[in-house]
Ligand binder design. Structure first.
Ligand SMILES: *Cc1c(COP(=O)(O)O)cnc(C)c1O
Length: 397
């Protein structure tokens, strides 16, 4: 039997390769950081991690994790409701609620699970989910697991959202769902306008803060801080795997009855292991750090502004960004691939994105800025972009 299936798989794989969609993995042999070393033993500057606050190799977080491992062991070997909850898990949940000014929080193994487990326990076929067309795959999958009626609006298009809310008006409960930051453009969801429409049409709002938590807003508390809506949004989801240390773990935070029901019915919570004590402890240490001072958030904002300004002065076309994601527009798919690989030769790690990940004719290189970048790293990156830009005729001169 396997032989037939094997040749089917081999065909699929070659077709992925032929379309230029095959994903190769890059091997790093150092901790995640601004400067990394690859298995070719080459040092490169890293501009494609979600390590926004530069905490992935933080000594403070590593020490907290080590201490917890000594004191509370390696793993929990249990789901939360049987015997998988330590005081550390409860403390981390409390700290997340304090950070976002929400009522309660539930932890998951990943934000993929938080999004996978949030819709089905809360909504039925009588209800409506109105989802942004560019929402993350985990939201799309979570919505699929739920019987609610589905409505989709064009990315951040408030006229279309209003139209969909109108179409959904006879449903019992309505939930608008959006990413906080859209990871291809770096734009922030217009939460003020979404919230106003939600009020007008008697809907609730859910925001996935994965790329915005720690990044957006003056103190990095995400889109609700940016738009002065703290405590007003019913559901937020997020990850500990990006700005918040970069290890692993996800959460849903918001209205307390919602969180209480998720603890009873959310399947990725009920049927999957607890996060290890060291992750919970490092998460608490992370909030200790970013609650106390705003240095990392300020550095990230300054770095991003500096980089965008320098790239614009160099003549590059950068999508307007309100996050730490900078899309350097090249429009042509082949050009973006060539540009990215020449940058790698210059020791700059970035990712080129082209159709089908972004619309046709919208190819780009995505640069992710971090608080871990020093000015000279940012300068080197702009220099390399400029050199390759001239070589490939993107820049004049
Ligand atoms: C990264 C990301 C996730 C997944 O987070 P994990 O914790 O790595 O599973 C979910 N939603 C959005 C918007 C993301 O960017």
């Amino acid at each position: 039997m396997y032989e037939k299936f094997q040749s089917f798989l081999q065909n699929e794989l070659s077709s992925i390769r032929e379309q230029g969609l095959y994903k190769d993995e890059r091997i790093i042999i150092t901790p995640q950081s601004a400067i990394i070393k690859t298995d070719a033993n080459k040092e490169v500057l890293n501009f494609c991690a979600n390590n926004y606050l530069g905490l992935a190799d933080s000594k403070i977080l590593i020490d907290a994790a080590k201490k917890a491992m000594d004191e509370r062991g390696y793993g929990m070997s249990s789901v939360r409701f049987i015997c998988g909850t330590q005081d550390l898990h409860k403390e981390l949940e409390k700290r997340i609620s304090q950070f976002f000014k929400t009522e309660d929080t539930i932890l998951y193994a990943a934000c993929f699970d938080a999004n996978g487990g949030v819709f089905e326990p809360l909504l039925t076929e009588q209800d409506a989910i109105i989802s942004d067309s560019l929402n993350h795959a985990s939201i799309i999958d979570g919505v699929r697991l739920c019987k609610a009626q589905r409505f989709r609006y064009q990315n951040a298009d408030m006229n279309d959202l209003e139209k969909q809310l109108n179409d959904a008006k006879d449903c019992r409960f309505k939930l608008i769902v959006t990413d906080g930051v859209f990871s291809m453009d770096g734009n922030v969801a217009p939460l003020d306008k979404i919230y106003a429409l939600a009020q007008k049409y008697d809907a609730m709002v859910m925001v996935d803060e994965s790329h915005s938590a720690g990044v957006v807003g003056k103190t990095g508390r995400g889109t609700t801080e940016q738009y002065n809506l703290q405590g007003k949004i019913e559901i937020l989801t997020g990850t500990l795997g990006k700005a918040f240390g970069g290890a692993v773990g996800g959460f849903t935070t918001g209205k307390k009855e919602i969180i209480e029901l998720l603890r009873q019915r959310s399947r990725p919570y009920l049927f999957s292991n607890s996060i290890p004590p060291m992750i919970a402890a490092a998460g608490i240490a992370m909030f200790d750090l970013i609650d106390k001072t705003n240095t990392l958030q300020d550095t990230l904002h300054q770095n991003t502004e500096y980089f965008v300004q320098k790239m614009k002065s160099a003549g590059f076309d950068i999508k307007p960004t309100q996050s730490a994601i900078c899309a350097v527009m090249l429009y042509d798919a082949k050009l973006s691939q060539e540009f990215a690989s020449l940058l790698q030769e210059e020791g700059i790690y970035v990712t080129g994105f082209y159709y089908p990940v972004v619309p046709k004719g919208q190819a780009r290189i995505r640069v992710q800025v971090s608080a871990a970048h020093k000015k000279e790293h940012l300068d080197k990156c702009v220099e390399a972009f400029t050199k390759i830009g001239k070589k490939l005729g993107v820049l004049k001169g």
